[in-house]
Design a protein around this ligand. Structure first.
Ligand code: F0G
Length: 450
């Protein structure tokens, strides 16, 4: 069966190439920009030739009760909108996607809103949103017969890649910045059998080294410059639209690191709109950490037309990225959807993360920028009380347990960072206490916490 219907279009010069003609670094040979997957015929098809929206919506929902492996994936159950494989039989899946959409009742009340939700992509098999992109791109690597796959990573991509490679029987090479990724993520790469190299550089340095490697050796690059990653990462847009019965929310708020995820979600909603499955697209806003904010600076300086790399610093290690590859794609999504791009401080991230923890959800620090950003947007009057807003939580709280423990022990933020936020921080901190092994000692600890 040949299910493959796609080509790759350069977002810079418009060059159209076939998928198998992409260079190993996925850069355009003409202008050096990135590619986007395009499906032959979607835009030209009219009337009866176009996919039938009602039939697709019915089929995708039916698959949720199917016993077929592919149908049980929250990525591949939407396979009509990602025909990137010659045969879907080659898909490598860990039953990713189908993640929960939780109402954030307490946080909504505090912010004076009624409809606030968290789409928790940390509930994926390896604990982050990267699984949805990895099932797509690794399946392409598998189908094309590669033995080795590789990525540079701040931790989550490497965890996902190592797991999917192991499932497919491929070898994987991970380049990570030494000492700058959370232990949970490093442990996953080891556990799933990757060759893990810690380089004495940052994420951007790891990307530079890996780009040179793939131009020399037959290793398939699985960073998000690989456009197939984005095809998987667009599917949460379909899940969100489906969860709202195909009336999309007003606003989606996404963390920004290498800026592929915001790009992918924008593509997902755009395709739903172009195919007539939804009547509009949500506003998509991107939030960065203040110390790793090249896109925010780009919007301030040139409304997203040019970007200067920065040296990145933030405790939200997942988004410690100074030279994001997909910035042009993300800038386009923000502008086309009327979203905003803003940054938040380390203190705002820590407080927002603790608030999401206190809602019983939890997430990793990089995910919490979404709530910190929403608070700013509410304060600036850019989000109205009646709007439906979805925060995209990208990673599981257990990914970076050290950060959480440091916050609750009071060792995360320094005095300067806490100044002015004492009340918020103290209300949220729940340190573990050592007590004698007697009921009365435990009961008095209870009284102390009231
Ligand atoms: N949130 C988490 C938990 C992440 O791991 C990342 C990126 C992002 C947000 C930002 O997404 O890069 O698409 O803008 N992590 C990468 C990695 C870079 O290597 O795991 P983005």
């Amino acid at each position: 069966m040949n299910d493959n219907l796609h080509q790759l279009r350069c977002i810079g010069c418009g060059e159209l190439i076939s998928g198998s003609d992409a260079l190993p670094d996925f850069r355009c040979a003409r202008c050096g920009d990135l590619f986007e997957v395009e499906y032959a015929g979607w835009s030209q098809r009219h009337g009866h030739d176009r996919p039938n929206p009602g039939a697709l919506k019915w089929l995708w929902r039916e698959r949720r009760s199917s016993l077929e492996t592919l149908d049980q994936s929250g990525v591949w159950r939407f396979r009509e909108l990602l025909p990137i494989l010659d045969s879907f039989g080659n898909a490598v899946t860990l039953r990713e996607g189908n993640t929960p959409l939780y109402p954030l009742i307490r946080t909504a009340k505090t912010l004076g809103m009624d409809k606030l939700f968290a789409k928790h992509q940390g509930m994926n098999p390896t604990g982050s949103f990267k699984d949805t992109g990895m099932t797509a791109a690794l399946s392409v690597a598998h189908e094309r017969g590669f033995e080795w796959v590789a990525c540079a990573s701040t931790g989550n991509t490497s965890a996902a890649m190592a797991a999917y490679a192991a499932r497919a029987g491929l070898r994987s090479l991970v380049l990570i910045p030494e000492g700058k990724i959370a232990w949970g993520k490093l442990s996953q790469a080891m556990d799933y059998g990757a060759v893990t190299c810690q380089l004495k550089t940052d994420f951007d340095g790891c990307v530079r080294v890996l780009t040179e490697i793939v131009l020399e050796a037959p290793i398939y690059l699985l960073n998000s410059v690989n456009p197939y990653r984005l095809e998987g990462q667009k599917t949460p847009a379909f899940e969100i639209a489906e969860a709202f019965d195909w009336t999309v929310p007003d606003h989606l708020i996404v963390p920004g690191g290498n800026l592929a995820n915001s790009s992918a979600l924008g593509k997902g909603f755009r395709e739903l709109y172009e195919l007539g499955l939804v009547a509009r697209v949500p506003r998509i806003s991107v939030i960065q950490a203040e110390g790793a904010n090249p896109l925010v600076r780009s919007f301030a300086a040139s409304n997203g037309a040019a970007m200067e790399p920065v040296e990145a610093h933030t405790r939200a290690t997942a988004i410690r990225i100074g030279n994001p590859a997909s910035w042009r794609k993300a800038a386009r999504v923000i502008k086309e959807t009327g979203g905003w791009c803003l940054d938040v401080t380390e203190t705002e991230i820590a407080i927002a993360k603790a608030e999401l923890g206190a809602e019983g959800l939890g997430c990793e620090p990089a995910s919490a920028v979404t709530l910190a950003g929403l608070k700013k947007l509410r304060a600036d009057g850019k989000v109205a009380p009646g709007e439906t807003v979805v925060l995209l939580l990208t990673g599981h709280t257990l990914k970076d347990a050290d950060y959480t423990i440091d916050f609750h022990r009071g060792t995360l933020l320094n005095e300067q960072e806490i100044a002015g936020h004492e009340a918020d921080v103290n209300a949220l901190r729940r340190n573990a206490v050592s007590v004698d092994a007697t009921p009365s000692a435990v009961l008095s600890a209870l009284k102390g916490s009231a």
